[in-house]
Design a protein around this ligand. Structure first.
Ligand code: ATP
Length: 645
């Protein structure tokens, strides 16, 4: 749609945006000052983008001679304007970026905000999602955005009161870049709403939130010379630069305050919370670079989304090159935010070049090791922070167990898992090993969809009876790493649902073995017959050493895929052949004993075949599996029950 100057259109906000705006207007967030940080942050990004665009496209018709941010106050009109001469936005971009919430996950944010009971909970959520431009409606009852994209001639004016609609019109004389004018609500000290037309307040906020911004933030300030006997009062306007523009990553840790680090983190990560840990790094020598990394306190909502963002920005000699430089850290550390400033790369380095660059690979190795060793330190010295970190990012870190064999040992060390040892505390592998029984040689684990399902699964019966601790793994990624990681501290990982388990202690072994042989003989006929009868469903039927109370369970081969993993692959659209597993029977269970007797007495009896099939179905249900034909199962069950009554 093309509009010309004078044609003002009224458009509606997308429903989700409207609700989010509503929350902003009625201001659930107590730190109202932060709108300024958001606007300055956006302006700074726009300047970064323009510098880069001009560098990459020599023909771009843009003015890059004095890139800066300007803040203007109009006390009489009660407006505050934040202006930049950066990249600007086209009309379509304004509609897309400002009129709709293009971000995925917005619906989720809204739902969670509704559930959030108090301001603290809301703030936490905003920290997770970020609300950027919309934060202006916390302090303004009308916002005007005037913008012109660098290289284009026509500008756009957008205006809204934060209600259902906004207006948009084309303008001919807009300067390059964007200016956002806030028509301020009345100041209200009780509601943390300061007077944002107060020069000192603005100076203080810029200093506090945006001092490190690399571009000058300027403001015209009145300078009054008091009247003397000879001269009347003189009022001059002086343009001041409010920020020091110092790159924090180039400073050593003791030169920077925690507040400065926090504000920088918020700028770089588009976050509203505080970092859990700040990691400054400096490398001199062959590859010179500085890095400043942050581990957040909260996982972003898109941590597990396909197009989720990675967090490290690349600079070359202080010049912003790209955000989301995903070559700088492995994917499993995508929650780490920050910047890397490399000295020896070319300014027009592309993503493709990054992938092959030796220096980048060396930086990536160093950063990875540093982040992991930092987590090791947090684990040993700040248990509460470690728990937060693991709860938020453990699932991502466990992906590293699969992809990063170089750091596997460290990753195993920092991992924690639920276990049968405690109902609410997770355990490290080292702690598990310290509790192992004298003759225990393996680390046992059960993998599945929920703790409850695993705890009650027949697979765990003998482990429980013998007091053996079992890790309870419920993340999809657990199924994958546990099958690939060979060992921890010399102990192999053994699934309770795979292979044959031998839980007898050394002294009991001989007795158990001879009893087993006797039982094998006794049940030989039944097992052979059941294997044939259930041929469509299972690979074989055998006696179990893991059951104490259930009649039967189903187990996989040592290397077969578990049913949960099969379902996961199928859900993601990958074809997976059906693997037949093994049905194990509990030779002590009355039902199994009776079935053996019935089969011997009346071979070929339909009732025995039905009972065999029911046993298989029950074992499947007990592990949380799904019946292929539930209607048939219920019919068989009804038959058997009525025959018994
Ligand atoms: N001053 C500006 N100049 C150019 N583009 C801008 C400017 N301000 C905002 N934008 C565009 O609008 C988009 C949305 O801005 P908004 O502040 O809502 O979110 P954000 O900065 O992307 O992320 P966050 O919500 O985490 O702050 C930006 O990504 C940017 O593309």
């Amino acid at each position: 749609m093309n509009a010309h100057t004078g044609e003002r259109e009224q458009l509606e906000f997308q429903a989700e945006t409207r609700q989010l705006l509503d929350l902003m207007v009625h201001s659930i967030y107590s730190n109202k000052d932060s709108f300024l940080r958001e606007l300055v942050s956006n302006a700074s990004d726009a300047l970064d983008k323009l510098r880069l665009a001009a560098y990459q496209d020599k023909d771009l018709d843009a003015d890059t001679s004095d890139l800066h941010i300007e803040i203007a106050i109009d006390k009489d009109a009660r407006t505050l304007t934040i202006r930049d001469n950066g990249i600007g936005m086209s009309r379509d971009e304004v509609v897309d970026l400002i009129g709709t919430l293009a971000k995925s996950g917005t619906a989720e944010l809204r739902r969670k905000l509704k559930e959030a009971k108090d301001a603290a909970a809301s703030e936490e959520l905003i920290g997770q999602f970020g609300i950027g431009f919309y934060s202006t409606f916390m302090v303004a009852d009308k916002v005007t955005l005037l913008t012109r994209k660098a290289g284009e001639t026509q500008g756009t004016r957008w205006e809204s009161t934060g209600e259902a609609t906004y207006t948009i019109e084309a303008v001919d004389d807009a300067p390059q870049g964007s200016s956002v004018t806030l028509h301020l609500k009345p100041a209200d000290a009780d509601d943390n709403m300061h007077d944002y037309t107060d020069v000192w307040k603005i100076k203080e906020l810029v200093k506090r939130y945006s001092d490190f911004i690399a571009w000058p933030i300027r403001m015209d300030v009145e300078r009054r010379t008091p009247a003397t006997d000879e001269e009347p009062e003189k009022v001059e306007i002086e343009t001041q630069t409010l920020n020091s523009q110092k790159a924090l990553w180039a400073k050593s840790k003791d030169e920077v305050t925690d507040e400065e680090y926090t504000e920088f983190y918020r700028h770089i990560a588009h976050a509203w919370d505080e970092p859990l840990e700040t990691i400054p790094m400096k490398a001199e020598g062959t590859f010179e670079y500085q890095a400043l990394l942050f581990i957040p306190q909260h996982a972003p909502f898109d941590l597990f989304m396909r197009d989720g963002k990675t967090g490290v920005h690349l600079y070359v000699k202080r010049v912003f090159i790209m955000d989301d430089a995903d070559e700088l850290l492995p994917e499993y550390l995508r929650f780490v935010k920050g910047v890397v400033d490399a000295q020896d790369l070319s300014l027009n380095v592309s993503r493709e070049i990054l992938q092959q660059d030796r220096q980048i690979r060396a930086i990536r190795r160093r950063l990875t090791k540093k982040v992991l060793s930092t987590i090791v330190d947090i684990q040993s010295s700040r248990p509460d922070d470690y728990r937060t970190l693991w709860n938020e990012f453990g699932r991502a870190l466990k992906e590293g167990l699969i992809s990063d064999t170089d750091n596997r040992e460290t990753l195993l060390k920092i991992s924690s898992f639920a276990s049968t040892h405690s109902a609410d505390e997770q355990t490290t592998l080292a702690d598990y090993v310290s509790r192992m029984k004298d003759d225990q040689t393996q680390i046992y684990y059960a993998a599945g969809e929920s703790r409850q399902l695993l705890e009650n699964s027949p697979h765990l019966e003998a482990f429980k009876a013998k007091g053996l601790e079992v890790l309870l793994l419920t993340d999809p990624v657990d199924e994958v790493w546990s099958a690939q990681v060979p060992e921890f501290d010399g102990k192999t990982f053994q699934s309770v649902a795979k292979g044959e388990v031998d839980l007898d202690s050394e002294e009991d072994k001989a007795a158990a073995e001879s009893e087993r042989q006797a039982q094998e003989k006794e049940f030989e006929e039944l097992l052979g017959w059941m294997t044939t009868t259930l041929d469509d469903h299972v690979k074989s039927v055998r006696l179990s050493t893991r059951l104490t109370t259930s009649p039967a369970c189903i187990v996989g081969d040592d290397f077969s895929m578990s049913p949960a993993l099969e379902r996961m692959y199928r859900a993601s659209g990958q074809p997976v052949p059906v693997t037949k597993r093994i049905l194990e029977l509990n030779p002590e269970h009355p039902l199994v004993v009776a079935l053996r007797a019935a089969h011997l007495e009346r071979p070929g009896d339909e009732a025995s075949a039905e009972t065999a099939e029911l046993l298989y179905g029950m074992a499947l249900l007990a592990e949380g599996g799904e019946l292929a034909d539930p209607a048939r199962f219920t019919t068989l069950l009804a038959n058997r029950l009525s025959a018994g009554i």
